[in-house]
Design a protein around this ligand. Structure first.
Ligand code: BGC
Length: 810
């Protein structure tokens, strides 16, 4: 069943039924101020860091679902309702939510009144803007009341939801003119406050939740709304909120609109107060003046649309499949931006409190982002590298506000360092900016330990070599890509973290997956050295990579597929000898992507085994058979019921690795078949089963062993975004950035006869037409550039702004 439809022209998803299977959200903001917004106007805002600078409060896992947000209440006689249906849940006469790129528009109507909320975060400013328009479409004049409402969070979201003995006494507000100031803790160490203003005078307001809701009231029937008037309350401690009330008399056909801003304002410490206890509002006034008229609002919306149109025009495909076009040209790219901004910090499944930016996560997110805003990618690479430890290991996470490695979780996740090579190489291939390698970057965020980025890559590479186990395979440490395969943990007590219990290093447990990564990204590192002319070291690196490839085939091959690991006792994990968990997806994808066994037959065998043992109609499960009991020697993976998460769930993140592997083997039909299985837009028709948003990927779909087979969870913040974008554009459509230029090498279904691509690459727009006259799956036999034949290989770099390319497959 569908709950809406795609409007590709406007780059929007249009939700027509408000009771979606889960809240279907959008992300507003792509610089520093962010808002998560659901299709019923639930959500929350924060500045830069979802934990340390939370602007509005959100209660996860609450009942009723998704009640906190940016709701507008209408009181029309005895009838009370919201344009987005929640939280009152009055039946509406019509409803629509358009989620666009960086903005959303929610429209609802009831009894002849139409209310529309247009919401966006403008480029470069720290503010959520709303324009609310109320229109009387009935034949008679109406007197109605309209209310806005937000609940402020007391900044540190962790403290806000735990330390009530303190924070019931700290809340402070001010009201001046049309502006509510939320200034909790500003009197002491904060140099920032929030504002909640309107561009027209309101009739009443509230800043105390108790006054607006009533002490035992609820968002479903706030006292102020029932009374048709706010209490003009000033919050002292407890729960500061912002509510504006407008009494409206609307003739038939008349409408009223108001702009409402929720802003974050910083003030230099020396200028915090203009008189004792009187806060300096200068910067607030400036922000308000910038966004107070309809023209300014429209301009902000147009700027946002232009920003996205320009950005997305740099990579556009035109294939005969509108879903593929939609994913590359709009939604998959959009999700890559969101994962770049958020890592795994704030979604409807990630509270923004538990994790900051993940080291490996952010490195992988860059793979789908480097082409969009290379300057931001560059900065991110340097930030991540600065959290690398001096021995080449890495902090697993860091906080976006401080950009410092998080010592609570520490390091010892032995795949982490290699991902730094992956993203740096992708960045160089995209931009040709070799100078990034000369940048001086801290180790351990300590300037005294700073060295070049190249030195960081060197230590990443050596970290693997310095941490080999008995089979000469890399030691796994706390975990590799699979955070839940914890071979050195041995946790017996509930509540212990699987990731930080037990030693970070075991002397024996080894990962075949990291070995595959070492071959793939170690080779990229050697290529970098070779390109820089550091010959001897490059040769040595190539030899180490070759050796690892051999070791995989000797000690990491199980006969029909690649082994997963050796545990802390040196026993095999992911082998036909095991009673459960005989085969895992990760090493099959990664080793073949690295080229291991491609020439010698093992790769094909492994892919056949994946098809036979792991494939389902909704994608490839992570392992099979699922673990049915908890295993001390394996850790968290076996803590999940069969079919969920890392225990035989369909992890969308590593499905693309197998798709990549299929393209390496030249199997275009199979690659595309697999691509479709997890692609959300292909699942739109079964939204009641899939449940998460049809426009973005989710992390996990319940596997075949689960009672809820096919149900998605953890949408938005997943490495799936970057990997599916990369596999579709580079693996299947074959547009591959390389040091020397763009290489075009598609691997497509044999039925595809032609497709076109516009790709901005190093300042040149390549207009590429790919013809497939013989219906092959892979292979390029001729290339013409501006009508002239050129040798098959990378397209020559040029200073021209536009180039026409014709590719003939065969
Ligand atoms: C983490 C990733 C990890 C994956 C598999 C995700 O939740 O963010 O870093 O690779 O799970 O365990």
């Amino acid at each position: 069943m569908k709950f809406g439809h795609f409007d590709d022209q406007k780059k929007e998803y249009v939700i027509e039924k408000y009771a979606t299977p889960l809240p279907w959200i959008n992300y507003l903001g792509s610089d520093s101020f962010f808002t998560l917004l659901s299709n019923t106007a639930g959500g929350y805002s924060f500045y830069k860091d979802a934990r340390l600078r939370r602007v509005t409060r959100y209660r996860y896992n609450n009942l009723p679902l998704d009640q906190d947000g940016f709701h507008i209440y209408i009181k029309d006689g005895e009838s009370i309702w919201n344009p987005g249906w929640q939280p009152v849940q009055s039946e509406l006469d019509s409803y629509q939510c358009r989620h666009g790129l960086g903005y959303s528009v929610i429209t609802g109507s009831k009894n002849g009144i139409e209310a529309r909320q247009e919401l966006l975060v403008p480029k470069h400013d720290n503010i959520l803007l709303q324009r609310v328009t109320i229109r009387n479409n009935s034949t008679a004049a109406k007197d109605i009341d309209m209310f806005s409402f937000v609940e402020f969070c007391l900044w540190d979201a962790m403290d806000d939801s735990t330390n009530f003995q303190r924070n019931y006494s700290t809340g402070e507000v001010e009201v001046e003119g049309n502006v509510i100031y939320h200034k909790t803790e500003y009197r002491e160490r904060r140099d920032h406050y929030a504002i909640f203003y309107t561009n027209k005078p309101f009739d009443s307001f509230d800043t105390s939740r108790e006054s607006f809701m009533g002490l035992y009231g609820s968002p479903r029937n706030p006292q102020a709304v029932l009374q048709g008037r706010c209490g003009n309350s000033l919050a002292h401690g407890w729960q500061p909120v912002g509510a504006h009330h407008f009494h409206l008399h609307l003739e038939s056909g008349e409408s009223f609109s108001v702009i409402i801003g929720l802003g974050y304002v910083e003030v230099p410490v020396a200028e915090k107060f203009i008189a004792p206890s009187v806060i300096n509002k200068k910067n607030a006034y400036e922000l308000i003046n910038k966004y107070s008229t309809d023209e300014q609002f429209d301009q902000a919306m147009n700027n946002l649309k232009d920003f996205w149109d320009n950005l997305l025009a740099g990579f556009e495909v035109h294939t005969d499949n509108e879903i593929v076009n939609r994913m590359v040209n709009i939604w998959n790219a959009y999700q890559c931006m969101v994962t770049f901004n958020m890592s795994r910090s704030a979604s409807y499944f990630e509270s923004g409190i538990g994790r900051g930016m993940g080291f490996r996560d952010s490195c992988q997110d860059l793979l789908g982002f480097v082409h969009m805003i290379p300057e931001k990618a560059r900065e991110r690479i340097l930030d991540i590298a600065a959290t690398q430890k001096a021995d080449g290991g890495a902090y697993h996470q860091y906080q976006p506000l401080t950009k410092k490695g998080n010592s609570d979780i520490g390091g010892g996740f032995n795949d982490d360092p290699l991902w730094l090579i992956a993203c740096t190489d992708a960045y160089i291939r995209e931009t040709g900016d070799w100078d990034i390698l000369k940048e001086k970057v801290d180790f351990d965020n300590n300037p005294e330990l700073a060295d070049t980025l190249l030195e960081h890559l060197r230590r990443s590479f050596n970290y693997t070599l310095n941490n080999l186990g008995p089979h000469k395979l890399p030691l796994i440490g706390r975990a590799d890509w699979n955070d839940c395969l914890n071979l050195n943990c041995f946790s017996e007590h509930p509540g212990e973290s699987f990731q930080i219990t037990g030693p970070s290093e075991g002397p024996v447990a080894e990962s075949v997956f990291i070995a595959g990564m070492f071959v793939k990204y170690g080779r990229e590192y050697a290529n970098i050295l070779s390109h820089l002319g550091i010959r001897e070291e490059a040769d040595k690196a190539y030899r180490a990579v070759e050796q690892m490839s051999k070791t995989i085939l000797e000690s990491g091959w199980d006969g029909e597929w690649f082994l997963r690991a050796y545990d802390a006792f040196g026993q095999k994990v992911g082998s036909h000898e095991c009673d459960e968990g005989q085969i895992f997806i990760e090493p099959q994808g990664m080793c073949i992507m690295a080229g291991v066994g491609v020439e010698t037959g093992q790769a094909q065998k492994a892919l056949d085994s994946v098809k036979e043992r792991l494939d389902t109609r909704f994608g490839i499960v992570l392992n099979n058979p699922a673990y049915t009991t908890y295993r001390l020697n394996l850790g968290e993976i076996s803590s999940y019921p069969p079919g969920y998460k890392e225990n035989a769930g369909i992890f969308c993140h590593n499905n693309p690795w197998v798709i990549f592997a299929e393209t390496i083997m030249g199997h275009g039909d199979r690659a595309f078949e697999l691509y479709k299985k997890t692609c959300p837009a292909f699942l739109e028709e079964i939204s009641e089963i899939h449940r998460t948003e049809p426009y973005v990927y989710c992390q996990m779909v319940a596997g075949k062993d689960a009672p809820t087979f096919g149900e998605g969870k953890n949408s938005w913040l997943t490495g799936t975004a970057a990997w599916t974008f990369t596999v579709l554009t580079e693996g299947i459509l074959g547009i591959q950035p390389d040091y020397e230029g763009l290489t075009i090498n598609p691997c497509i279904p044999h039925t595809v006869r032609q497709f076109k691509v516009n790709r901005l690459f190093r300042g040149t727009m390549y207009h590429i037409t790919i013809d497939n006259p013989d219906g092959v799956e892979k292979g390029v036999r001729a290339i013409k550039v501006n009508g002239e034949s050129v040798p098959v290989g990378p397209l020559p770099l040029t200073a021209d702004k536009e180039v026409n390319v014709e590719i003939t497959m065969g």
